[in-house]
Design a binder for this molecule. Structure first.
Ligand code: ADP
Ligand code: MG
Length: 271
């Protein structure tokens, strides 16, 4: 039986700044076990969608439902418990420079009441989350001592350490060289497939979405392997394309590759 629990639903959502809509009339729904890749030109509203998803921005019209609960007008205090079920990697990782890596990754465990992690388990969970992204040896280091790719991996560990039901990644590969970017994508796929969390990823690189759509994590070999069409990992993966604040496409990788729309096909790399 497919799990049809609603994780996130936008109903005709408009968010405006000074009268200018950043996103306009955007509707979509993500159910448990599904994932989304959000593409779109710079300034098209991708980050605004992510922030609105967790109540960091409020709709001017329309409604937002997180885990089935209407958060449109919910008091911020009341949103904290829902937000604690979402892991977030913001653009540029947004690590705390004055905290070491262990403290950075421990932050959501210690500061989200709803997570309720016993203090004597924090260290073990941080170590596990960092080992998962192959950074188990960096606990004592500071962000400034790590490369850009390593900082991004710390951000992935921090986003996943609470084992959230949904993980949001904003441009996880931006500014990285292609090899490092692919390593980051491999970790995101691994997190998705080991924990079965709903993954929502904004990216500039169509290849990132294609990796999410074509590969799954194989525990036996500890590598990514090609997924087959029936695989649960990729069954619920769709692409959303934003254009000037409007959601102009929602569909599978194949549908995206077949699109005749010039704006859509611009994102699709052809070999
Ligand atoms: N806090 C803000 N104040 C004013 N305008 C904003 C704010 N956040 C985003 N915008 C505007 O909303 C539009 C969409 O922004 P954003 O979602 O960040 O784009 P992107 O797709 O590059 O992530 C842009 O025109 C941006 O300038
Ligand atoms: Mg953005």
């Amino acid at each position: 039986m497919p799990n049809t629990d609603s994780i996130l639903r936008f109903e005709k959502v408009t968010v405006a700044f000074g009268g200018d809509p950043a996103i306009e009339d955007v509707s979509f729904e993500i159910r448990a076990g599904e994932s989304r890749v959000i593409l779109g030109a710079a300034g098209s509203g991708k980050t605004v969608i992510l922030k609105t998803s967790v109540g960091l921005l409020r709709p001017d019209s329309g409604r937002v439902f997180l885990f089935g609960q209407d958060i449109t007008e919910m008091k911020e205090q009341d949103q904290f418990d829902l937000r604690a079920r979402v892991g977030m990697l913001f653009q540029e990782s947004a690590l705390f420079d004055s905290l070491n890596i262990e403290e950075n990754v421990a932050y959501p465990l210690l500061n989200q009441k709803a997570v309720n992690c016993p203090e004597d388990q924090v260290h073990a969970r941080v170590e596990e989350a960092l080992t998962f992204v192959e950074l188990g040896h960096t606990l004592e280091k500071f962000p400034s001592e790590l490369s850009g790719g390593m900082r991004r991996r710390v951000g992935i560990a921090r986003a996943n350490v609470t084992e959230p039901a949904m993980v949001i990644y904003d441009s996880p590969t931006a500014g990285l060289d292609p090899i490092t970017a692919n390593n980051i994508m491999a970790l995101i796929v691994k997190e998705r497939d080991v924990r079965h969390a709903t993954t929502v990823m904004v990216t500039q690189r169509f290849q990132d979405g294609a990796i999410m759509a074509r590969y799954k994590y194989d525990r036996a070999t500890e590598t990514l392997v090609a997924a087959t069409p029936g695989d649960a990992s990729i069954a619920g993966l769709k692409f959303l394309v934003m254009k000037q604040g409007r959601l102009v496409f929602e569909g599978t990788l194949a549908e995206m590759e077949q699109s005749k729309d010039p704006y859509i096909s611009k994102f699709v790399l052809r070999n």
